[in-house]
Design a protein around this ligand. Structure first.
Ligand SMILES: [Fe+2]
Length: 404
């Protein structure tokens, strides 16, 4: 992968006199929060779809590049990041005060090297990996960002969402849609680890991020940390867990956000069974056997901003190249393989995490003799909703436009 820092091409015969005079104006204009344009925008905005090699991440220079946000390909290995979770867990066991008391969570946050140290992995997605020791509780709260957790531990841990208790197990996806009260904890005997993914950076950018810890629900005054369980584990699965059937006697609204998915707990065992049941199908040449997690009422992606999916790559399966206007964040739930991103190969194994930026070609390879399962979250839903989702495929040098 090459990070291109394209300069505006100098036009033959032009002197720098005009630019110097303009920069002199800038010296004065800055105090009024004004910039006089002395540089073209376009070098950082060449059409991503026109270049069929796609192995270049375009970066600007000069004033145009100031504070530029550009997601870069990156890979976080479990063997590298898990040590910090173990160290946090040890501190939490030994210290006089639980880190939850001053940091709200016991977690690490992943930083994309292209995003200037911001707490985000793409321009729209934040990823935190949390560890909960036995007895830990993250107090009940509500916020505007959509959030989810993907469970890495085999068992243990729970989330209560709008009164529904969700007992967690490996491969589960548990949603806390914007505007839903939720709390987390671990009542098991071993620490539990899960991956939190949120559209927090997007809500921050829109200046619309808020969090409220002032729970005033059924349990208020009894134990303010935990909301009362109204529905036992599996409730939303019983209501919505079979495709094509939706109950007529309940409201599909959860919380105060618009269009939340009322199915909030997607069980890893069900995901795996469904993938396995489809393994003999041809699948998608760019994705293998892929399932989209959807709002069962609307059939739309589970959040209006983020699109979640799970995909099975069969032993030896290699996908064709694809590139999209969305950026995608992957978690390796099972297996071993590699993903080529913008000309660079990233070898992954279980619990590894990697990011594919928008605009660049990528393909997945299952290099093992066993199945590989990837979970993905992207901002394709947002881009689709604002009319900007596009994708291309490349097979044997031929580029085709793809429909989502
Ligand atoms: Fe939360």
């Amino acid at each position: 992968m090459v990070a291109a820092t394209a300069q505006a091409p100098a036009r033959p015969g032009l002197s720098n006199k005009a630019r110097e005079l303009m920069e002199a104006i800038n010296t004065d204009a800055a105090k009024h929060h004004v910039w006089v344009r002395t540089q073209a925008n376009s070098p950082a905005q060449r059409p991503w779809f026109a270049d069929t090699t796609g192995d270049v991440v375009q970066l600007a220079t000069g004033r145009v590049a100031a504070n530029q946000m550009k997601t870069l390909p990156h890979h976080w290995r479990w063997k590298d990041y898990s040590q910090y979770l173990n160290r946090i867990s040890e501190v939490a066991r030994k210290a006089d005060v639980s880190p939850i008391e001053f940091a709200d969570r016991q977690s690490i946050l992943l930083l994309n090297p292209g995003l200037n140290g911001r707490l985000q992995v793409t321009s729209t997605i934040r990823c935190a990996i949390s560890i909960y020791n036995p007895g830990d509780v993250a107090p009940v709260h509500i916020h505007s960002p959509n959030a989810s957790r993907t469970i890495l531990s085999d068992k243990g841990g729970y989330t209560i969402v709008e009164g529904e208790r969700c007992e967690a197990a490996r491969g589960d996806l548990i949603l806390t849609p914007n505007g839903t009260w939720h709390d987390h904890g671990n009542e098991d005997s071993e620490p539990v680890i899960w991956i939190d993914m949120l559209d927090w950076p997007l809500m921050e950018f829109l200046d619309c991020a808020w969090v409220d810890h002032g729970y005033e629900g059924e349990n208020a005054g009894k134990n303010a940390k935990v909301q009362e369980t109204v529905h036992q584990s599996g409730y939303s699965g019983r209501l919505y867990g079979r495709g094509g059937m939706v109950p007529t006697f309940v409201s599909h609204q959860r919380g105060i956000g618009q269009k939340p998915s009322p199915l909030i707990h997607y069980r890893g065992a069900d995901v795996r069974e469904t993938l396995d049941g489809l393994r003999k199908e041809a699948g998608d040449p760019y994705e293998g056997i892929r399932l989209r997690f959807v709002n069962p009422v609307t059939g739309e992606p589970i959040f209006t901003t983020l699109d979640y999916s799970a995909q099975l790559l069969r032993p030896g399966e290699e996908t064709a190249f694809k590139r999209e206007t969305c950026s995608t964040f992957y978690v390796v739930i099972e297996g071993q393989g590699a993903t080529e991103i913008a000309g660079k190969r990233f070898e992954w194994s279980e619990n590894d995490i990697f990011v594919v930026p928008n605009f660049v070609w990528r393909r997945h390879l299952n290099t093992a003799k066993k199945d590989a399962v990837l979970y993905a979250v992207s901002d394709a839903a947002l881009l689709n909703n604002i009319g900007h989702y596009r994708a291309q495929g490349r097979t044997n040098g031929t580029v085709t436009e793809l429909v989502s």
